[in-house]
Design a protein around this ligand. Structure first.
Ligand SMILES: Cc1ncc(COP(=O)(O)O)c(C=O)c1O
Length: 379
């Protein structure tokens, strides 16, 4: 009988760094030989308060020792406090807690289908919203969507930031429009404020719910709590994950009272969603972002990068706050050069754009190292 090939115990899903990561501290991670790397990738935009922020670590450790878990069958003071903190921070009225970004988008889209009774969704070219079936339906990434094409919900796809295309679109049968306010994976694409205003008005006129996927743009990263405040737009639903609890897995669907008041117990649910450990981490995260002025730090770091990268191989700095794209004709070579300089950055769907999404409290030393390495890059 032919023997099955030997496969690693861990299913290979990503191409990992060429070293194992064993420890993190602030804006650095360390390999098993003690070598440090500046983390401008932020564990994929997750480590908002930095690796192992003492206030987050203490909150998680204290909570683990007090009550590691109880489901939504019980009311928990820490969950109520977390809900109050994140709704106030986001300027929304109610929150449903879940466990990941895809789960947050899946539930937000479900809510829109449920409340409108419509069967179609709308989203944008280049948008990336996750791998569950509704999230996949609105994601524009054929290599992960095409194998499931027969199972996806119909989605009207429009060009991002294009006012004429928006005005020409018919939303009369569209339950929800979902977008990343800054398209991250697409290569840090932004849209003008006037386009966001037109989108809000068009959704209002058509009875279509507007969903901001703020899984990357949120938690202070743009220099404001969420992109909603940055653009002065109040969506009907706003999803968060990644930096929400500084790396403890957590997702959130934030909503207006107009949406929340139409949902009844049993419409949404999750065993682990809003678990005490994640709620304690969320509370500490919001506290640290506000008390340590991390939104100001993000804006200041971005301003410094814009100024000091002028005249280098980086021809354009895209994005806002610390969700940045570095345009470089030889981006793949620059990424390799940075790795050799012990600096981690992200790639994107645009082969000429590298992404920076470091902790919001990235240090001057880390910025010095990144700027010096880019200045020394001579392709
Ligand atoms: C904008 C955006 N939405 C949704 C998701 C999905 O989040 P998760 O991987 O936590 O399911 C991601 C993940 O990268 C994302 O970047």
């Amino acid at each position: 009988m032919p023997t099955a090939p030997t496969l690693p115990a861990l299913l290979p899903t990503y191409a990992p760094y060429p070293f194992p990561v064993v420890r993190g501290a602030g804006d650095r991670i360390f390999d098993d030989a003690g070598q440090a790397y500046w983390d401008f990738y932020g564990g994929h935009c997750v480590c908002a308060t930095g690796h192992g922020h003492p206030a987050v670590v203490k909150a998680v450790a204290d909570q683990a020792a007090t009550l590691l878990f109880y489901s939504a069958a019980a009311s928990l003071p820490v969950r109520d406090a977390a809900a109050a903190a994140i709704t106030a921070f986001a300027g929304m009225d109610s929150v449903f807690f879940c466990n990941s970004g895809a789960e947050a988008n899946e539930n937000a889209l479900k809510v829109a289908l449920l409340l409108t009774g419509r069967a179609k969704l709308a989203a944008f070219e280049g948008g990336w919203h996750g791998r569950t079936m509704l999230a996949l339906s609105v994601t524009d990434d054929p290599k992960i969507t095409e194998p499931f094409a027969a199972h996806l919900t119909p989605c009207l796809r429009l060009p991002f930031g294009d006012l004429a295309a928006l005005e020409a679109a018919d939303f009369s049968d569209v339950a929800a429009v979902i977008l990343e306010p800054i398209q991250s994976m697409a290569g840090i694409k932004t849209a003008p404020k006037a386009w966001f205003q037109a989108l809000r008005a068009k959704c209002d006129a058509a009875g279509t719910l507007l969903i901001f996927d703020e899984i990357q743009t949120g938690m202070g990263r743009m220099g404001t709590p969420f992109a909603a405040q940055f653009y002065g737009i109040r969506p009907d639903l706003l999803t968060s994950a990644k930096g929400l609890a500084s790396g403890v897995p957590m997702g959130a669907v934030l909503m207006t009272s107009a949406v929340a008041s139409r949902l009844k117990p049993g419409d949404l649910g999750s065993t682990f969603g809003g678990g005490p450990l994640a709620c304690a981490a969320l509370l500490a995260t919001v506290e640290v972002i506000e008390s340590e002025g991390l939104m100001g730090c993000a804006s200041a770091a971005a301003a410094r990068l814009r100024e000091e990268l002028a005249g280098t191989a980086v021809t354009e700095v895209l994005g806002e706050g610390l969700l940045l794209g570095l345009r470089c004709a030889r981006a793949a070579e620059l990424k390799k050069h940075l790795l050799a300089s012990k600096i981690l950055v992200g790639g994107s769907g645009d082969p000429t754009v590298l992404r920076l999404m470091p902790p919001l409290n990235v240090s001057a030393e880390a910025l010095d190292a990144l700027i010096a390495a880019i200045q020394a890059f001579n392709p």
